[in-house]
Unconditional design. Structure first.
Length: 471
């Protein structure tokens, strides 16, 4: 294979990692996230003024000019790494923006207003890094699609060597810089490689990956960082072949983790479509897989997001027609939702255990009222707010806080609709008929959260098979 290594060019001791460790930048960002209503927001914003002297937080995370910190070597390194640029006695934000998760720093490029970054880091990237941290990989690690390099650096904290591959040049630069910020550059290599042409990489101890999985209706154009092809598995399929080559010939070991992945998949109400591919992998490689769905959104919301991101890349398409094509494509595939799953593999006999850790309430669910009093609806606010915190970050990209508020304001009307046998989707159509179509897509998610809160409070139980009563 043809690869281009991206290694940091540093002569002498690199001052950047110890300098950022001294000011506690990673800890500061992690603390912000812990107090945020969106616990998996990759880019949390301070809700209070940043304390004086927090130049790293202001400059690198928030993108604000700061007075130049002391230390000529540090200043030169910040500027040469494109983290900052000097203007007189002040430092201005550079090309790269910095965030952190579980103590590891990571970068993405700062995009001009109205444009998306070349390097994507979202909620799934944080979930993936958490899985890698819990797995504590050892020995040699191959990462399929290194992206911003967060999971790469997390893996390098315990592994001897991590090789991350990607086809986006900016992602390779980001991975190399992220490893530098964490003082792990000597253990990380970022290499350009088209996964579909990689072939057999030879044996490694661990394979990990968080590959793009957005299903895109052909012939629409979509960003490389998210495009999963017609069914969402265009990159996953060759990725599984690489895994077969890397893990299929190794001798059985102890209980060490061999595979860590996150996969996004179209799904029915019961099972993700990706399970059939994973069962085949498990059998071929004699891996025991635990597949856990921990995030789910209505397919209508996923389609709305896909259309929003596809619109600027398909300027000749009418926006309404674009959305209709995406809706029709998902319907033809039989999808009712879109899930994100964690995949953990160990040496074994080829078994696959599927765990659905998402809410049992679907947009097709109907609620059987167990305590028929509308006053009880007012008691579920805390459950509703807690459930909102578990919504995927994609929801907050699509909708604002007003969708959350209007759902709460119409809770009693929704309760009445549920009592008459309406499903979540039917209740939304009844109660929010006055909203714009895009807002109704978002309200599907918040109404499902409210229905889940009602079941948590013991006011109702979900059913998936009872028809709605005729009114």
């Amino acid at each position: 294979m043809t690869t281009t290594d991206v290694e940091p060019a540093v002569t002498g001791p690199d001052p950047i990692a110890p300098a950022l460790a001294r000011v506690g930048l990673a800890e500061h960002i992690d603390a912000l996230r812990r107090t945020s209503p969106k616990p998996l927001d990759p880019w949390p914003e301070p809700r209070l003024p940043v304390r004086p002297g927090s130049w790293a937080m202001e400059l690198l995370h928030r993108g604000q000019p700061v007075p130049s910190p002391r230390g000529a070597a540090l200043l030169r390194t910040l500027c040469s790494a494109d983290l900052a640029r000097g203007e007189g006695t002040r430092l201005m934000p550079g090309r790269w923006q910095v965030t952190a998760f579980r103590g590891a720093l990571v970068v993405r490029d700062r995009a001009p207003s109205g444009q998306l970054p070349e390097v994507y880091l979202g909620e799934d990237g944080l979930r993936f890094a958490a899985s890698v941290a819990d797995a504590r990989p050892r020995g040699s690690v191959l990462e399929l699609g290194c992206g911003a390099g967060l999971a790469t650096s997390v893996a390098a904290q315990t592994a001897a060597r991590v090789v991350g591959i990607d086809v986006v040049p900016a992602s390779l630069e980001a991975t190399a810089l992220s490893s530098r910020l964490n003082g792990l550059a000597s253990r990380v290599s970022a290499e350009w490689c088209d996964l579909r042409a990689l072939g057999d990489p030879g044996p490694v101890d661990v394979v990990m990956g968080n590959l793009p999985g957005v299903p895109v209706a052909p012939p629409l154009v979509y960003a490389t960082a998210g495009d999963g092809g017609a069914d969402g598995f265009a990159l996953l399929r060759p990725g599984l072949e690489v895994i077969r080559g890397a893990l299929g010939r190794r001798p059985a070991s102890t209980d060490a983790v061999r595979l860590v992945m996150r996969v996004q998949s179209l799904s029915t109400d019961d099972q993700p479509f990706v399970l059939s591919l994973l069962r085949s992998l498990a059998e071929d490689c004699r891996l025991d897989l635990v597949v856990t769905a921990d995030s789910r959104m209505p397919i209508e919301l996923r389609n709305g997001l896909t259309a929003r991101y596809a619109e600027p890349l398909n300027p000749s398409s009418d926006p309404a027609d674009l959305l209709r094509r995406i809706d029709d494509h998902a319907a033809a595939l039989g999808a009712t939702s879109y899930v994100s799953v964690e995949v953990i593999g160990r040496d074994g006999t080829g078994r696959v255990a599927f765990v659905d850790a998402t809410s049992p309430v679907r947009v097709t669910s109907r609620l059987v009222v167990t305590r028929p009093t509308a006053a009880g609806v007012d008691q579920v606010a805390a459950h509703y707010l807690a459930r909102l915190g578990q919504l995927p970050m994609a929801f907050w990209e699509f909708a604002g806080d007003e969708v959350v508020s209007i759902t709460a304001a119409r809770a009693r009307r929704l309760w009445t609709a549920f009592g008459e046998g309406a499903s979540v989707r039917e209740a939304v159509d009844d109660v929010f008929a006055d909203l714009a179509p895009a807002d109704r897509r978002a309200v599907l998610a918040t109404t499902a959260c409210l229905a889940d809160a009602l079941t948590t409070a013991g006011l109702a139980v979900p059913r998936h098979d009872s028809p709605r009563a005729t009114r």
